[in-house]
Design a protein around this ligand. Sequence first.
Ligand SMILES: [Zn+2]
Length: 477
Amino acid sequence: MKTDFEAVIGLEIHVQLNSATKMFCDCPNRTGDEPNQHICPICLWLPGAMPQFSHEVLEKAVRVGLVLNCNIQQQSAFDQKVYYYPDLPKGYQLSQAHQPLAKNGWLEIIGEDGQSKRLGIRKIHMEEDVAKLVHESDGRTPISLVDFNRAGVPLVEIVTEPDLRSPHEAMEFIRTLRTYIRYVGSSECSMEQGSLRVDANISIRPKSSDQLNTKVEIKNMNSIRNLGDAITYEIDRQIGSLISGDPIVIHTRLWDPEKRVTSPMRGKFEGPCVPDPSVPQIAIPDEFQNKMRCLLPEMPDQKAARFVNQYKLNYEEAVLMSSERDLSEYFEAVVNRKVRPRTAAHWIATQMVPALKERNQSLTDTPVTPDRLANLLTMVEEDKINANSAKEVMMRLFETDQTPQAIVEQWGFKQISEISELENLVDEVLSTHSSAVNNFRNGQAKALGFLVGQAMQASQGKANPKRLREILTKKLG
Ligand SMILES: [Zn+2]
């Protein structure tokens, strides 16, 4: 019965733009600081304050429109979205209800069947964020505090067409959108930190139908995984209602990440939306739009294709190395220092990225610069140290500013490649492990691995494993 239905999903996505200042004043755009540090008469909307629309905000918003393949509108304008709530002292929010910044875009994702699917974007509009309410209690009386640092922070709201059919498509859409917007430097797009907020509108219909039924909005998903789980839960809940004959009514529900259910929230008063007289209309001439288009960076899919061609990475490596702009630039910086591309990709993916995560560092602020990593990897490629030692050296690069060469000298990581030294090691191992030698001679091939391991251990991990194995094989006849 459940399989007779399909879900119709549309998303409303708020992206906090990372401009230096707020949308209509010069206050720093920093929401995480001590409460009420970044405020002025404009973002507090004291009487007589005149808003000044930021050009930097416009550029960041236009870039979002361009990478989402939208038509940027030559004229757009702000409206006053009226509602009364303590997070909004002036009683309305500046938003673009009637003349949005951009319309009719699309984004391609990879669907569950592995095929690419194009999902429509209805519109993108700019709006100011509102203040943040903090609810506390002194044990007896509940109190609500208002932090105005967030008031006037620039947002774009992206509204999709109801083209999505599954939790997978919603998660893929958000992943792709996040990558693209980060690439053009308009936002960090962190769901966990609130710079990307996603609401989903969900309705259910029989599979053969193309009607749009009553939709329910769900909110409060603060990770991509929670988005998928909340949509899955809501689809099952609505199908359950339909099967048991309960009507679906239009309302909003909150996702509870602890209980992993959605539950109804009280409705918010929605007032009228009237044109705003205080901010002039925004004109975007074609020249400005063309200039912005020319300044867009190479996007991840183009970059991945180039990495396959130019550096001979395999497809998975190329997709990984181009998945974030910082990562792709770091990778190319290492490669430009004459490291083999596949060696660079392998070490960055398997060693650098986990080590950064552990230390809470990013590729742009780590002491392990592309230069230092390239020096280290060159030593590996030149057989001066083996891979085990290189991992040790790399960990030390995080702690000191010594060069990799100096660390190798100081800590004695130099690879033992001298034949005579390796032969001594091998002789010693052969005499102390005569039973393993006998086993090998009696046809147990895996005894060789054991002997190589013993010799590596005797060299404290510094022997050249390839040569060691060659000498051992030769001596065993
Ligand atoms: Zn301000």
